[in-house]
Design a protein around this ligand. Structure first.
Ligand SMILES: Nc1nc2c(ncn2[C@@H]2O[C@H](COP(=O)(O)OP(=O)(O)OP(=O)(O)O)[C@@H](O)[C@H]2O)c(=O)[nH]1
Ligand SMILES: [Mg+2]
Length: 311
């Protein structure tokens, strides 16, 4: 094959798991490295629910990243499924990049132990090389705040290589990526070079809607929402795609909050989501959203499976 012939013998290819506490910036880091939005991002913890594969193809290497749900200690079946998804990513990875909120731990060193001590044994047991992306350094008032944090981290993870970065600024990602490529094995690409992800457009659309939902809802409510694409119909003569979606909420009282006064909240979610979906699909989009109560779905294994969560 022509493509194979172009691959030089020193081409690298490997799988990297992005792992870490919720809200650390794993998905932001993935999007920034890929140069496009694959994973949704919100200021709320536990945004990512599924393993999201992002593929970076460069002449010298193909790096396949797994973005994962944040690792936390909340209870319940949904949370257990999220944890399982996160840990599963390690099974196929060749390198772990632990992403941490460096600003948070520089300000509150005590919370580092709370968040990462429990991770450290599992990460070390995996036997995989460990990089730590100490993220959000753009938020540090004084860069000197980093030194005690880096020292603290090298005590907890003596084997790890530390990379102060900002996924948002962005800053330091080129250094991180260069090192990632160095440790990955030699090999030909696993995916075609124009494939940036393995997720389907359908899933991406449901994620965009979920992102807008997360951004519009207060406190705990977002965790009880899920999005299902019920119908997807292309109408070529109108250059339009009609998408019908169901937004699930876990209780009746939440339905009103999602819809908002005179439907204002749902309307605004729809407008924001439609714009982004239309750009993604390069087509006009007619988006319908229905809010459905599914009592306590976060504890329903069958429903979680339907969402691609859990076994
Ligand atoms: N200032 C600053 N904010 C960042 C940086 N990276 C991420 N953020 C913000 O942190 C928040 C969480 O980012 P995400 O990428 O969703 O974090 P995550 O680790 O994927 O979170 P979960 O999916 O919930 O586990 C968002 O508001 C991001 O804009 C950074 O380098 N600097
Ligand atoms: Mg995420």
């Amino acid at each position: 094959m022509e493509q194979d012939m172009k691959i030089s013998a020193d081409h690298k290819c490997g799988l990297v798991a992005l792992i870490g506490p919720p809200n650390a910036g794993k998905s932001t880091l993935l999007n920034e490295i890929l140069g496009q939005k694959i994973a949704i991002v919100t200021p709320k913890p536990q945004t990512t629910r599924n393993q999201i594969t992002g593929i970076l193809s460069e002449p010298d290497a193909q790096v396949v990243f797994f973005d994962t749900p944040g690792i936390h200690r909340r209870k319940g079946k949904l949370n257990r499924a999220l944890l399982q998804t996160a840990w599963q990513a390690l099974a196929s990875a060749q390198l772990i990049v632990l992403v941490l909120d460096g600003h948070l731990y520089a300000e509150k060193p005590n919370s580092l132990d709370r968040d990462v001590k429990s991770l450290s044994s599992s990460l070390q047991e995996s036997g995989l090389p460990l990089f730590i992306a100490v993220n959000k350094v753009d938020r540090l008032k004084d860069k000197k705040q980093l030194l005690p944090l880096l020292e603290q981290l090298s005590n907890v993870f003596p084997e790890a290589e530390l990379f102060p970065v900002s996924a948002l600024a962005p800053h330091g990602l080129d250094v991180l990526l260069k090192r990632i490529k160095t440790v990955l094995p030699f090999g030909p690409p696993m995916f075609p070079e124009d494939q940036a992800s393995t997720i389907s457009l359908r899933f991406m659309v449901s994620e965009i809607i979920r992102e807008k939902l997360f951004l519009s809802l207060q406190q705990e409510l977002p965790y009880g929402t899920a999005v299902e694409i019920e119908k997807w119909e292309e109408i070529p003569e109108r250059n339009q795609i009609q998408i019908h979606t169901l937004i699930y909420v876990a209780s009746k009282s939440h339905k009103g909050m999602v819809i908002g006064k005179s439907g204002a909240n749902l309307k605004s979610i729809g407008t924001q989501a439609r714009g982004e979906i239309s750009e993604l699909l390069e087509s006009k989009v007619h988006l319908e959203m229905w809010v459905k109560v599914r009592d306590n779905w976060t504890e329903d294994p069958g429903f979680l499976r339907m969402l691609g969560l859990g076994e």
